[in-house]
Design a protein around this ligand. Structure first.
Ligand SMILES: NC(=O)c1ccc[n+]([C@@H]2O[C@H](COP(=O)([O-])OP(=O)(O)OC[C@H]3O[C@@H](n4cnc5c(N)ncnc54)[C@H](O)[C@@H]3O)[C@@H](O)[C@H]2O)c1
Ligand SMILES: [Zn+2]
Length: 353
């Protein structure tokens, strides 16, 4: 068992972390333990966790981004209240980023805050969502509009959970690993592109590297006053696309898929407006082409820009982006015109996959 980093964030990583979790529950003397699951984590992950726990109350929600909303938050709050949860209760979020964003939000607000522990079960949640203290829900499909900053009490990353994760969900995690590499570590990007096919049975090293980048950045700017905006690369267009797709498609894009498209468009903007070279742009696009499918919906650009204008990352001066100066180095607070944004969307639309 290994502690990745830092006494402050208490992120544990490795094959023996579930034993460490038990120790935490004993040491903290919680009066009751609740576990939040969705139908998939109940089926695939709870049986692995169960032998480590004596007594708990299960709260079930339906999986999927469309369920990260206030209706499901109310279901969770009701369950806590009806089972007499108190300030000494802990909520274990056993799931991906959708579940930990929602569970973390409910725990952080219930009785002005009870402890929660994240046990991420998707690659995306391991490398990104379970760490950093952003908790929240969507409102009218607008991403994370209602939320709060509160760190989980601890995070236990048990990489074996990935074994049952469908491939499509694994590659969603890859989008955030790529983002971390592009904003902070060229060496990690080189490693990614040199493996033509990612070997998910040996992904521990990638998880560790990616997690460390997230922790390093969050540690410098926990409340996103400046530097933490680096983590928004790919997400201004990515989040708008995700919202657009939730509103318009019967099978909406997943977060990671939307971020991968956002990374292409925002890399294009970086090439046009900052110093990212054409060669670097092509390397990024090539990597995404190998690992993701093309999104072919007939998107309406005006509707898109409107969604972007509602993004909480903006201030009054325009749509705010984090862009790349080069691979491994990003710049926050770049304002882009709607014409440039449209051009970047057309660049994506015209790519052949
Ligand atoms: N808070 C943050 O800092 C932060 C950062 C990045 C992303 N996010 C959020 O994370 C969400 C996306 O998270 P996600 O990609 O983990 O999706 P997710 O939580 O929706 O999980 C994806 C699917 O995988 C299933 N699943 C989970 N673990 C499994 C396992 N081990 N085996 C089989 N199936 C499993 C789930 O039931 C679900 O159907 C988005 O809402 C995004 O906004 C938050
Ligand atoms: Zn993301």
């Amino acid at each position: 068992m290994k502690v990745i980093y830092d006494k402050k964030f208490k992120v544990y990583f490795g094959t023996e972390v579930l034993g460490e979790l038990v120790q935490t529950l004993i040491n903290k003397e919680y009066s009751s333990v609740y576990i939040l699951v969705d139908e998939n984590t109940e089926k695939y992950c709870l049986p692995i966790l169960k032998p480590y726990l004596e007594k708990y109350i299960l709260i079930r929600i339906k999986s999927g981004e469309q369920n990260k909303n206030l209706e499901n938050a109310t279901i969770i709050w009701n369950s806590l209240q009806q089972n007499l949860a108190n300030r000494n209760t802990v909520l274990l979020n056993l799931g991906g980023g959708t579940l930990s964003d929602l569970g973390g939000f409910c725990a952080a607000t219930y009785k002005r805050g009870i402890d929660f522990i994240n046990i991420p079960t998707t690659l995306l949640a391991m490398v990104d969502a379970s760490i950093g203290g952003k908790q929240g829900v969507d409102l009218n499909s607008y991403k994370n509009l209602i939320g709060i900053f509160k760190h989980p009490e601890q995070v236990f990353i048990y990489p074996q959970f990935i074994e049952s994760l469908p491939n499509i969900e694994r590659r969603n995690g890859l989008a955030e690993i790529l983002k971390h590499a592009l904003i902070d570590e060229k060496k990690l990007f080189d490693k990614l592109i040199n493996n033509s096919q990612i070997d998910y049975s040996h992904i521990e090293k990638l998880i560790e590297k990616s997690t460390k980048i997230k922790i390093k950045i969050v540690n410098k700017d926990p409340y996103e006053k400046g530097l933490r905006k680096l983590l928004n690369f790919g997400h201004t267009i990515g989040h708008a696309l995700e919202t657009y797709s939730l509103l318009n498609n019967t099978k909406p894009l997943k977060h990671g898929e939307a971020v991968a498209i956002g990374i292409i468009c925002e890399s294009y903007l970086s090439y046009k407006l900052l110093s990212l070279s054409l060669e670097e742009l092509n390397l990024i696009v090539q990597f995404i082409k190998i690992n993701f499918d093309k999104y072919n919906s007939n998107w309406n650009v005006n509707e898109f820009i409107k969604i972007m204008q509602n993004d909480k990352k903006n201030n009054n001066s325009g749509i705010n982006f984090t862009l790349l100066k080069k691979i491994g180095k990003a710049q926050i607070d770049c304002i882009c015109s709607t014409e440039m944004i449209e051009e970047s969307l057309n660049y994506y639309k015209n790519l052949e996959f």
